[in-house]
Design a binder for this molecule. Structure first.
Ligand SMILES: NC(=O)c1ccc[n+]([C@@H]2O[C@H](COP(=O)([O-])OP(=O)(O)OC[C@H]3O[C@@H](n4cnc5c(N)ncnc54)[C@H](OP(=O)(O)O)[C@@H]3O)[C@@H](O)[C@H]2O)c1
Length: 249
């Protein structure tokens, strides 16, 4: 027996890793219905196939609208870090000149998923989030501590040593830009009572980190994402956090 309308959640890139762990935890919430975004056919349900493909994002929005009429929560989780391949190629190469075309492509590919994908998915699903009248929307941007300019420059922070390294400029800047998207949508939908926030998973043992032994379990990294997805009406909006609290932008 169900009580009241279901809370419908769409998570992009949820066939594995942190997105999948978030789905597992959200399923334990009372009366939640989870749509797993997966670009691979053959996994749970093909929704939306690829956040870099506008037609498929729109197709997913149309399908969900005709089946469910709305979504209540959008979790922009799909993300890549494609820089490792560039650095290993650079180390192998005897060329002193950088491969500019390869670097430009790395930037394009990373921004396509991490930034443009999250922005276009949010725009495509805004009409469905607007239809969640009984329960104003929640949007979670899955960002990263590594995108924080605050942690990058704050010498008193525990993160400073790691964050001040000149590493992963492509990935990190894409997440910094995603943080601005978070603030943009938080301001845009403040009057409507939407809660729009960014979460920092921290280094996690997933395909993304090549299953780094230094990474923690996706289950732990999903906890704050789930908290932000299920915020009550007095919860925060326009904030950047991990499970320990607010993170400096
Ligand atoms: N792992 C970490 O250490 C870490 C730390 C901080 C932040 N994060 C962030 O956490 C999020 C989830 O990462 P994760 O660790 O769970 O990595 P993951 O296990 O590699 O999962 C990433 C998910 O994104 C999907 N994806 C990639 N490109 C896509 C595209 N073009 N369209 C749709 N989906 C796409 C992947 O699909 P496929 O399975 O088809 O590739 C996969 O489902 C990412 O945004 C990442 O930046 C991760």
């Amino acid at each position: 027996m169900t009580s009241g309308p279901q809370t419908i959640v769409l998570i992009t890139g949820a066939n594995q890793g942190i997105g999948y762990a978030a789905a597992e935890q959200l399923l334990k919430q009372k009366n939640y219905y989870i749509l797993l975004g997966s670009r691979n056919a053959g996994t749970v349900q093909k929704l939306p196939p690829n956040v870099t493909d506008d037609a498929s994002i729109q197709q997913a929005a149309d399908q969900i609208e005709s089946k469910h009429g709305r979504i209540n929560v959008l979790i922009n989780n799909a993300g890549i870090n494609n820089e490792l391949s560039l650095y290993s190629k650079q180390q192998e190469s005897k060329e002193s000149k950088p491969d500019l075309a390869a670097l430009r492509q790395i930037y394009r590919d990373a921004y396509e998923v991490n930034l443009f994908g999250a922005a276009i998915t949010t725009e495509a699903f805004t009409p469905l989030l607007e239809k969640a009248i009984a329960k104003p929307a929640r949007i979670v941007f899955v960002s990263s501590h590594t995108g924080s300019i605050g942690l990058r420059v704050d010498q008193s922070s525990n993160f400073y040593e790691r964050m001040s390294q000149p590493s992963f400029p492509v990935y990190r800047s894409s997440k910094t830009a995603m943080n601005m998207l978070t603030l943009h949508y938080a301001a845009k939908f403040k009057e409507q009572g939407w809660k729009v926030n960014a979460s920092c998973p921290n280094l996690t043992k997933s395909a993304f980190s090549r299953f780094s032994d230094l990474g923690r379990s996706p289950t732990v990294s999903a906890v704050n994402i789930v908290r932000l997805a299920t915020l009550s009406d007095d919860g925060e909006t326009g904030q950047y956090s991990d499970e320990n609290g607010v993170v400096d932008w």
